[in-house]
Design a protein around this ligand. Structure first.
Ligand code: ZN
Length: 113
C-alpha cells in the first residue's frame, strides 16, 4: 500500500509546480519508475485520480516510463539487465551484484495549460 504515500508526495510536487507556473490545468505528468521499486503504475494512477479531484491536476494523463533493473557485477564489472529472481552475472556467474538502475522514482516533467 505504499503507493498511496508515494502518489501523495508526487501529487504535492506536481501541484506545487502547477501553481508556480500559474497553470489552469495539468495536461500530462511524465513519471519515471524503476522496476526495483516494486511500484505498480495502475495503483499510482488510481490514487492520483482520487487525490486530484477538484484540483488543477484532475484529469491529467499519467505517462509512466519504466526503467529496467540493471546490475553491475562486483567480480568482472559486467553490466546487465536483471531478469527473474535468480540474480547472477551472465558473464562469470558471480553473485556479488550491485543495482545500478531500477530504483528511480521521480516526476520527470509536467505539461500544463
Ligand atoms: Zn561477472
Amino acid at each position: 500500500m505504499h503507493e498511496l504515500a508515494i502518489t501523495q508526495s508526487m501529487f504535492d510536487i506536481v501541484l506545487q509546480h502547477a501553481q508556480e507556473a500559474g497553470a489552469r490545468k495539468v495536461g500530462k505528468i511524465n513519471l519515471v519508475i524503476g522496476e526495483l521499486t516494486g511500484i505498480v503504475g495502475e495503483c499510482v494512477q488510481f490514487y492520483l485520480e482520487f487525490l486530484s479531484k477538484g484540483t488543477v491536476v484532475e484529469g491529467a494523463v499519467l505517462d509512466i516510463e519504466t526503467v529496467p533493473a540493471k546490475a553491475a557485477c562486483g567480480s568482472c564489472g559486467e553490466t546487465f539487465e536483471l531478469k527473474g529472481s535468480d540474480w547472477a552475472c551472465p558473464s562469470c556467474g558471480g553473485k556479488s551484484l550491485e543495482a545500478v538502475a531500477g530504483r528511480e522514482l521521480f516526476v520527470e516533467s509536467i505539461e500544463v495549460d
